[in-house]
Ligand binder design. Structure first.
Ligand code: F6P
Length: 365
């Protein structure tokens, strides 16, 4: 008897826990005798181009991968099938919607369903494929924790752990040298990684996109620490943070990616502090992609593994056009458009920010 075929793809930036999701899907699928699982390499690029790049995902292929960072089926944030860059005869490039073609090609190749693991961009592709007639289930991924429909995305806790470990190492240098140490973390337009790291590490200042900062208030907090004899300050700044009168620090985006590429606010802030009269030595650390790599922490392994199992069960139950989420500590599904409509910002008046302020952390407001 020929088996039913499930296609799995990972899209967008990589994230600790992707392999644990893949393993969860495959292990649950092998309990059903009539299914086999395939991975499309580099998101849907494995199907968009000839020769096809598909990888059979069986028990042997996923053995032990839940502890490994990255994704065994690779990923990309280029070649979005909704705006596929096609070269024209005159050498120019035109963006074409290849979704109907892609859905048809998947069916032609015998795939009955797709599990697409990715962030908001990838889930927009899931929805488009679903509308084009392909049965799709989505799994939310991102270290930024910025999807409103789930309590947590997997990868976030690992990014926070990595950032907290780095922060602890910077505290000792701040102390030894009486310095102001600025550590920049990722998160795009959400300040979750910064907020959790600041609380976990015991920062004096935490700057996040949701609370534009007043540089004079930040400078005053620094002076207080020097005046009371402690003489060193540790700051966590989210890459998307900006001053009240300013704008985000960013470079130009890349093809298939966000319009801007964030990064470098640590240096902007450093200069703003000097301009505001801070005379202490200031040093900047931009943590960057170390936050996206390495072994997922136990919380993320569990979350990702359960998401994987539940994604396959959604396929079995025909629960398509949905995203697997953890909502109020319960695993459930939500329609993809609903999931995409809610961005998860840090609430400036929420419990976590209040508690952080209670711990003496200044947000520059
Ligand atoms: O969305 C995850 C993320 O790591 C953001 O925190 C960051 O701004 C962006 O991706 C970096 O993207 P890239 O890997 O394309 O530089």
């Amino acid at each position: 008897m020929s088996k039913k075929k499930l296609l799995v793809a990972t899209g967008g930036g990589d994230c600790p826990g992707l392999n644990a999701v893949i393993r969860g899907i495959v292990k649950r699928a092998s309990a059903e005798t009539d299914w086999e699982v395939w991975g499309s390499m580099e998101a849907f690029n494995g199907i968009m181009h000839e020769p096809l790049r598909l990888k059979r995902l069986d028990d042997a292929a996923v053995a032990g991968i839940h502890v490994r960072g990255g994704t065994i089926i690779q990923t990309t944030n280029k070649g979005n099938p909704m705006k596929y860059p096609e070269r024209q005869a005159d050498g120019s490039t035109r963006e074409t919607n290849r979704i109907p073609w892609l859905a048809g090609r998947m069916k032609e190749l015998g795939f009955e369903a797709v599990v697409n693991i990715g962030g908001d961009g990838s889930q927009a592709i899931s929805q488009a494929l679903f509308e084009a007639g392909m049965p799709v289930v989505g799994v939310p991924k991102t270290i930024d924790n910025d999807l409103g429909s789930t309590d947590f995305t997997f990868g976030f806790q690992t990014a926070v752990q990595t950032a907290s470990d780095a922060f602890d190492r910077l505290v000792t240098t701040a102390d030894s040298h009486h310095r102001v140490m600025i550590m920049e973390v990722m998160g795009r337009d959400a300040g979750w990684i910064a907020l959790y790291t600041a609380i976990s590490g015991g920062a004096e200042v935490c700057l996040i996109p949701e609370i534009p900062y007043d540089i004079n208030i930040v400078a005053d907090r620094i002076r207080e620490r020097y005046d009371d004899g402690r003489g060193f300050v540790n700051i966590v700044v989210a890459e998307g943070a900006f001053a009240k009168e300013g704008s985000v620090t960013a470079g130009k985006g890349e093809e298939g990616r966000h319009a801007v590429r964030l990064g470098g606010v640590a240096y902007t802030l450093s200069q703003q502090l000097r301009d505001a009269g801070i005379e202490a030595d200031i040093r900047e650390t931009v943590l960057g992609h170390v936050q996206r790599g390495g072994t997922p922490v136990a919380y993320d392994r569990v979350l990702a593994s359960v998401f994987g199992v539940q994604a396959f069960e959604a396929v079995l139950n025909g629960n398509f056009g949905t995203l697997i989420v953890l909502k109020e500590n319960k695993f459930t599904t939500v329609p993809i458009p609903e999931a995409l409509s809610e961005y998860n910002y840090v609430k400036p008046g929420g419990d976590l920010v209040k508690a952080a302020k209670g711990l003496g952390i200044s947000f520059g407001d």
